[in-house]
Design a protein around this ligand. Sequence first.
Ligand SMILES: Cc1ncc(COP(=O)(O)O)c(C=O)c1O
Length: 492
Amino acid sequence: MSPFELPDDIVDETVYRRAVAHLKERGVVLPRFAELVTPQPVDDGLDRDAADPRNLFRVHWYNDAAELSGRTVPAHIELPPAITGVDARIVVMLGRNFPIIHAHKVLAAYACLAPRLAAGYFDPTTQRAVWPSTGNYCRGGVAISRILGCRSVAVLPEGMSAERFRWLEEWVTDPSDIVRTPGSESNVKEIYDACAELEREPDTMIFNQFSEFPNYLGHYAVTGSAAASLFEAFRDTDPDLSLAAFVSATGSAGTLAAGDRLKELFGARVVVMEPTECPTLLYNGFGEHNIQGIGDKHVPLIHNVTNTDLIVGVSDDATDDLHVLFNSEAGRAYLAERHGVDAATLSRLDVFGLSGIGNVLAAIKTARRLKLKSTDMILTVATDGSELYTSERQTRLAERFGGRFDAVDAAETFGRHILGGDADHVLEMTRRERDRVFNLGYYTWVEQQGIALADFERRRDQSFWRGLHDKLESFDQLITRINHDTGLSRAA
Ligand SMILES: Cc1ncc(COP(=O)(O)O)c(C=O)c1O
């Protein structure tokens, strides 16, 4: 099936019937996308990390929800000017509260699998689901597959963090279900090559997050709505507030789809963050970096490039150093004593994984470039938390700070990366720049991956993306139908 053929009816009756029987036997009810946009509570006593089908109903932003202006809103942290050094309000939604993998990429995995399962296209009784990724998406895919009781394969570069591999080793059914490809973060071509090989084996289906439009759609609907409700709650108490931008690093560019929704609703700018060590979108560049999960040396098929407003480069030097600052005693003491950062904020600085810190830095650069004020808000996400990078932090501490991070290191780190952070590598997208970045995708998708030129091209126009949005309704109808046919209904 081409990525452009999105199911809106049953594709294969026999496979569909097998899927119904399989889900019925396992007691699996699938949530509709609408139920992840507006979720109902799940039994508090249920372990959030259990491979229990009820946890599918936790694949949303409202776990550990907050109250704001009398509304229930996604868990988030607002970073005060004392930390960011800018007046604009920078608010970060927290991916670590998603179930099982503690990163919001489990949403992308569910979004890719659910429509194919409900359409009788993926057979959970005979097929292996293959999840190519740089770490979190494949963990999400493995988690969802295990809940559904089907075999899965994680494909990821061997250089990813030790914490990711430890998690995978516990969750796959067989050690051979972890495929380690050469290189690190930005070696996505090697991942594609491994997938092409796996695809030649029978009963294998690849869920390629970089070209699966349901990844885009899941974030457009679920992440976009969560971010919208958060902004609206802030605006309730501050009617002058405007949503200036949504910032997201791109790995697959799935999360970035929330920006499309926020632009439609509030006119927010869509801002992409990428590592300056691998400046593909900025400068057609390439290279190695350590902002894990992003900067993959190509333009994903599901990236709505011509709707992108700014591209902001962030160095992994900055994210690695700030990760140490945020999670060390000396760093927090410095922020409290010299900058008056409050204790509540300090105690939560572990909500940021490396790409989350990168997103905050990109938000700061955006605020500076656009001269944003205290009536401007920037929303962004922390895909995962610092617990996934303990080993990376230890390595940085040893290699850069000689094993000890003191008050002077804290001051230097903050001064260098936040107060005096470089203002360079910020590109405001003109028509010509949008076309340049869009065209760059040609080499991956048309030349390497065999996408038809006409399909590649139609993504240039916004009408293509608007047309996609209607598919969400069809997906929900398919999910409603399969739940009806299993005869199961959701137990809280
Ligand atoms: C830690 C981390 N940050 C950011 C991203 C990028 O998210 P997306 O793939 O939705 O662009 C990923 C993707 O896997 C990730 O794992």
